[in-house]
Unconditional design. Structure first.
Lengths: 166, 121
């Protein structure tokens, strides 16, 4: 590889009820940025504008999200947003991919991680910088920690890298 | 598929250390994190002193922290080296007194060209 170039840059987005988690990867071993963006009320326009800011900053080659048609467990709002994000990506000429939860689980099952928590722990092992963001074990009466969206986004990014051999 | 580097990777290294923009600003002897934020969001290029301070904080060479800027500077410099080398070869042969110096300059330029090309392979 030319020293002027790095591996393809991937922007992974995981939508949830409070906004979205994102991760920017340059190859499977380099996590460039990560975070959670809160969008009060789940406003669609605000979500898309915040996403556009991140996409403009990092100029990704690939955008990966959950699959809008293979995510029956996701709410109508999230599924519509996923479709809108895919449209935005195609306008910006970014290659986009939707991965289902089953595809992500299949990738991580090779390292014996099948639950969300186990996948998050595998990711924290791989990227020690994420370890402080690992939420505590979730009890049945607790709602999901917002920080989990970061791990879901990284899982999407890594799955894309492994499945498509980028 | 390969892509070009980002202008800088300050945000990546800061987050790896778990420091806030204000904390980095304190280390850089700045008033607030706004300046750090502008550097991280590619809004402004830091001065040489600040860039070296970033290297001291993150323990990462400046050329890696500012990979995108380094890439542009290196490409431009390479172009200039080639131009100067061609100019020297095309010019009249120097006075015998200056021949040794000319040979030295040409050899130095050639070494840099070979080093840079070798790195890109």
């Amino acid at each position: 590889m030319n020293s002027h170039e790095t591996e393809s840059r991937i922007l992974a987005i995981y939508l949830n009820s409070r906004g979205f988690g994102f991760a920017v990867l340059e190859g499977p071993d380099r996590l460039v940025d990560w975070g959670v963006v809160h969008v009060p009320g789940g406003n669609r326009r605000r979500t898309l504008s915040k996403l556009a800011v991140i996409a403009n900053r990092y100029q990704p080659d690939h955008l990966v999200t959950g699959h809008p048609k293979k995510s029956p467990h996701r709410g109508v709002r999230v599924r519509h947003l996923l479709t809108a994000i895919i449209n935005v990506a195609s306008n910006k000429r970014i290659q986009r991919t939707g991965l289902s939860r089953a595809q992500v689980r299949r990738v991580f099952s090779k390292s014996r991680a099948t639950t969300k928590r186990a996948i998050a722990m595998t990711i924290a092992d791989h990227f020690p910088e994420l370890e402080p963001r690992l939420p505590p074990v979730r009890k049945p009466w607790m709602s999901e920690d917002t920080r989990m969206a970061i791990f879901d986004a990284v899982a999407l990014g890594l799955s894309l890298l492994l499945l498509h051999d980028l | 598929m390969a892509t070009h580097y980002l202008t800088n990777y300050l945000r990546t290294y800061r987050k790896r250390l778990g420091l806030s923009e204000d904390e980095i600003a304190f280390l850089l002897e700045c008033k607030s994190g706004a300046k750090v934020s502008r550097h991280e969001h590619f809004g402004r290029e830091p001065s040489l002193r600040t860039a070296l301070a970033y290297e001291a904080i993150f323990q990462v060479p400046v050329r890696e922290l500012f990979a995108g800027i380094y890439q542009t500077v290196e490409q431009n410099t390479l172009k200039q080296i080639r131009t100067l080398s061609e100019k020297l070869q095309a010019s009249d042969p120097p006075h015998p007194r200056h021949q040794r110096r000319r040979a030295q300059v040409e050899a130095a330029l050639l070494t840099r060209l070979i080093n840079i090309d070798h790195k890109h392979e």
